[in-house]
Design a protein around this ligand. Structure first.
Ligand code: APR
Length: 257
């Protein structure tokens, strides 16, 4: 039986998550939004891509939380993205209300789901989702580290002119200026990155990684990144559904671990 994924928020991140999940045939999809017509239209458009792309997952757009019932995974992307000059924390009040309200509704009808939170400010919204859902802490995960690590790996691969697949790294800490790309755990085809580039160059990459989200916001002006964030969400879902035991950096609630 196919799994079921609900994507809350049919905006840039949500619609792109749905697109990527459909392409990989990972689950039947429900896309829900507060806007009437938008999730329906985008879901239908995605569904109609199926004969061309060769997928036959079901995709439904809706404004009714009953349609999201018994989801295996719920991806929370509802809320507001930042604009140039805003930090992720500037979104706190507005997005707290959105996340609280929507998580209450999805948690009620999908009590066994795993929640993947994307809405910013990520760490605070993940904790909000944990509190509001009353789910166990291992079922409420924030998407941050996979994205931050992807940015870090991209910049290193570009600087060394090697495949991104050869670059392994870890970005820990919060999803913001406090994030910590860890050079000690960064290798290129097994070689510590410190042996391959001067410290100043690596420091510049670490700084660019920290500001990676803002770099995109400054280009887009009206919104924030969505291709890499959606790819990160899909990597997490694929790891969960295939029980890959992958080690992916995520936001999680810890009690002394
Ligand atoms: N219920 C359901 N959907 C909502 C609600 C709500 N209460 N409030 C807002 N939304 C929807 C909007 O209607 C919109 O379609 O959330 C969607 C957000 O989409 P975008 O504005 O395109 O934002 P996006 O780029 O997808 O970012 C969403 O993810 O990466 C984070 O910082 C980003 O917090 C932002 C979130």
């Amino acid at each position: 039986m196919r799994k079921k994924v609900t994507v809350v928020g049919a905006g840039n991140v949500g619609a792109t998550v749905a697109h990527r999940l459909a392409d990989k045939q990972l689950a039947d999809l429900v896309v829900i939004d507060i806007l009437e017509g938008v999730p329906q239209g985008k879901a239908l458009d995605l569904l109609e891509s199926g004969p061309i792309e060769g997928y036959d997952v079901r995709i439904k757009g809706t404004n009714d939380y009953a349609d999201t019932a018994n989801s295996d995974v719920v991806v929370m992307t509802a809320g507001f993205p930042r604009k140039p000059g805003m930090s992720r924390d500037d979104l706190l009040k507005k997005n707290y209300d959105v996340v609280k309200g929507t998580i209450e509704k999805v948690a009620k009808v999908s009590p066994e789901a795993i929640l993947i939170i994307v809405t910013n400010p990520l760490d605070a919204m993940a904790q909000t989702a944990l509190k509001v859902s009353c789910f166990s802490k291992n079922r409420v995960i924030g998407m941050a580290g996979v994205l931050d690590t992807a940015r870090y790996r991209t910049f290193i691969a570009e600087a060394l002119n090697v495949s991104v697949q050869n670059v392994q790294g870890f970005v820990l800490g919060g999803h913001g200026d406090t994030m910590v790309p860890v050079p000690r755990y960064t290798t290129v085809a097994g070689i510590p990155v410190g042996e391959l580039m001067p410290k100043e160059k690596l420091d510049a990459i670490i700084d660019r990684t920290r500001k990676g989200g803002a770099e995109i916001v400054n280009y887009l002006k009206t919104g924030s990144a969505f291709y890499a964030p959606s790819a990160a969400v899909v990597e997490m879902i694929e790891a969960i559904f295939n029980d890959r035991k992958k080690i992916l950096p995520c936001t999680a609630y810890l009690e002394g671990e």
